[in-house]
Every structure is written in C-alpha cells, then in structure tokens.
Ligand binder design. Structure first.
Ligand code: NAD
Length: 356
C-alpha cells in the first residue's frame, strides 16, 4: 500500500518525538512491504521564523495532498506575549480547519507496565482499551446566539442531522473493526439536541447490524469510566461531553508523554480517512533539546494513523505491541520513573523499531 504522509515536527520536543515516530513508520513500511512517501512541512514557531506565519499556504497545500499528517507539537516561549494571530498555536487551529477534521479520537489503553501510575485500582483499569470519539466542530462551543449582556449570558447548543450522522458513522466503522460495541453518550432526558442525537445514532446503527449499540447518559458514563472502563470499546459523543470525558479517559492511562490523539475528517478518494495525528502533549520547552522527551505519545499516534487512516490493523498492533515490549523492558524515559537510569528519546525510538 502507498502511505502518503505529511510530517510537521513543529517546535521544541515536537521535533525530537516526531523523529522517532517517523523512524517507527519507516520500520513498519519496510517490515510490512508498504511504500512510504514522506513530505516535510512547517507549522508553528518554526514556520513563523522561516515564513512569518504559523500556518503557511505551502503547508496547507501539502496537507491537502497527503493521506495523513503527523504532527509533533507547537509553541515557543518567545511567542508567549505575541498577538493571537502571530502565535504558533494558531497554526494548529489553521491546519485543523483546513483539513476539516470533525472528529477527535483519543485511544485510551492501559499498559501493564504502567498500571501503577493509573489513579484507579489495578484490577479496575487492567485491560482497558477504548476509543473516545468526540464531535469537534459543532455543539455548544460553536452555536449562536452566544454572549454576555450585563448579568445575563447565553450559549447555544445546536446540532443538525448531518453533523450527527457523520460522526456516528465514524464510530460504527471504527467499532466494526474492533470489539463491535458503540456506546453513544447523551443527555436525552433533558436536552432536545440529545434527543435528536439519540434518534440519528439509532438510525445509523441499522446500517451496522453486527455492531451493538448502547445509549448511555453522560452523567452515568462519567461514573462508568472509573467504575468499569473495560466495558467500553468505542464511545461517541458531542463536543462538550467529549471534551470532559476524554480528559477523564486520558488520566486512566498515566503519563501525558504516553498519550496519542487523532483528528479525523471525511474520506479521501483512496478510501483513507483524512487524519491529523499528534501526541496530546505540547512542545515542553523545559526539556526541549535534551533527548529526554518520551516519544511514545508520538509513536502511538503513528499506530493510530495506521489503524484509522489506512486500515492497517496488523501494522498498528505491531507498533503497540512493540511499545508494550519497551515498557516492559523498563528502559523508558525519565517521566515514567524507571528503576534504573532513564533512556533517551532516541533509545526508546530505536527500541520500538527493534521490537517491530
Ligand atoms: P507541555 O505538554 O508541553 O508540558 C507539560 C509538562 O509535561 C512539562 O513539564 C513537560 O516537560 C512534560 N512533558 C510533556 N510532554 C512530555 C514528553 N513527551 N515526555 C516527557 N515529559 C513531557 O505543556 P505546557 O508546558 O503547558 O506547554 C508548552 C508549550 O506547548 C506552550 O507553548 C503550549 O502552548 C504548547 N502546547 C502545544 C500543544 C500542541 O501542539 N498540541 C499542546 C499543549 C501545549
């Protein structure tokens, strides 16, 4: 298969973790005989330095041409007081909008070697493996009217059938390649938006007879995530509920350096989902340039790319299994508090490649 990937290392540790993620992608391509076309581009502070803008037109064009984009992180302390349009973070919003990515996917997976760093009791969290699918471009964060007038304020939650239909289909497609379970989260006992959400999700479910659908109220879901996270496979929900639940999900897995994310849009003519893959963490100026950053969030983002954009499940599993091997070896970066001397970013990347 041809894998056509744009790489945007960005700033700070973004460049370091992306270097390792790319090495892993190259290793997967050679091990599974795929042809890999990598293109490099500028985003964030580095783009401001070189072109005067955080999201150059050339980067937008490259992103349109690629099947998937791998992003490191953006942000440099020297821009902390710059106007919003001249901040590296504006590049992130720019590329998300340009790609039209309307779904944010957060895989939540616990690794045996990290189980003690979860805030939950080991027996509760062990074996957790879910994806939270959050609608990213609608709902109360975007609805109008909105504003504050004197002592009154208003926000509007609004959803339309097409917005719900497309995110529901994404959830069902993901579930059909996993354990075939979708939990749709809403507040249909109170909100009309949620009543429409539930109706449309139920209708979409009819097209996926092999996937089991469960509706769950958001307050109950928040509770179930800590009581029994293993019961979930794919969780789909609207923007604000997803914002809150995905952070709750994130802490189940431990260190921020471990967490991958994927933002997905429509399908390319090739059948690949348009996708932007990045670790959840930022550019970490405090450890940048020291070969200390944990690259596993970025490497996990490669696994997500292989699974969601290219449908390469065996390849994605090979990456996550290699990550697990490295975690079990104990040769990990300082943030994971290894018993012995910490490994460098490069050593962890190399160890993952060796394990694939
Ligand atoms: P951060 O995620 O960069 O760092 C928070 C803490 O976690 C730091 O102590 C850092 O050393 C540690 N850390 C983060 N990633 C790590 C890794 N892979 N391995 C080991 N330790 C890791 O968040 P911050 O300090 O609030 O922000 C720094 C800059 O990054 C800011 O400019 C911010 O705007 C930007 N940022 C960008 C993104 C993004 O690109 N998606 C996300 C968050 C923050």
């Amino acid at each position: 298969m041809q894998l056509n990937v744009l790489v945007l290392p960005g700033d700070g540790i973004g460049t370091e973790v992306t270097r390792e993620a790319v090495r892993v992608l190259e290793r997967v391509a050679s091990r599974f005989s795929h042809s890999l076309k990598l293109t490099g581009g500028l985003l964030g502070g580095v783009a401001i330095h070189k072109t005067g803008t955080p999201f150059p037109d050339a980067t937008a064009a490259l992103a349109q041409d690629a099947d998937a984009t791998l992003l490191g992180a953006v942000g440099l302390p020297e821009f902390d007081n710059a106007p919003p349009s001249q901040r590296p973070e504006r590049g992130l919003l720019g590329i998300r909008a340009a790609l039209g990515v309307y779904a944010n996917l957060r895989p939540v997976r616990t690794y045996a070697a990290l189980i003690d760093s979860s805030p939950l009791k080991n027996h509760l969290v062990e074996g957790t493996d879910m994806i939270i699918v959050r609608e990213l471009t609608g709902g109360i964060y975007y609805g109008t009217p909105r504003g504050i007038e004197g002592d009154s304020a208003v926000n509007t939650m609004a959803y339309s059938r097409p917005e719900i239909d497309r995110i529901a289909r994404m959830a069902f497609e993901l579930a059909s390649k996993r354990r075939k379970k979708v939990a749709s989260v809403d507040k249909s006992n109170v909100l009309e938006c949620s009543q429409l959400w539930r109706k449309v999700v139920t209708e979409v479910a009819a097209d996926y007879p092999d996937v089991e659908l469960e509706h769950i109220l958001v307050d109950n879901c928040a509770m179930q995530l800590v009581l029994n996270p293993r019961r979930f496979d794919v969780v789909v929900t609207e923007n604000m509920f997803g914002d809150i639940l995905s952070d709750e999900g994130a802490v189940l897995a431990g260190s921020i350096g471990m967490l991958p994310s994927a933002s997905i849009g429509g399908k390319k003519p090739s059948g690949a989902w348009v996708g932007l893959y990045e670790p959840v963490h930022g550019s970490a100026p405090d450890i940048a340039g020291q070969n200390k950053a944990n690259p596993l969030g970025a490497i996990g983002s490669v696994a997500a790319m292989l699974e969601y954009s290219f449908g390469l499940l065996d390849e994605a599993k090979a990456v996550t299994a290699a990550m697990e091997t490295v975690l079990n070896s104990g040769r990990v970066t300082a943030d994971l508090k290894p018993a012995g001397p910490p490994a460098t970013t490069e050593q962890v990347g190399q160890a993952v490649c060796d394990a694939i």
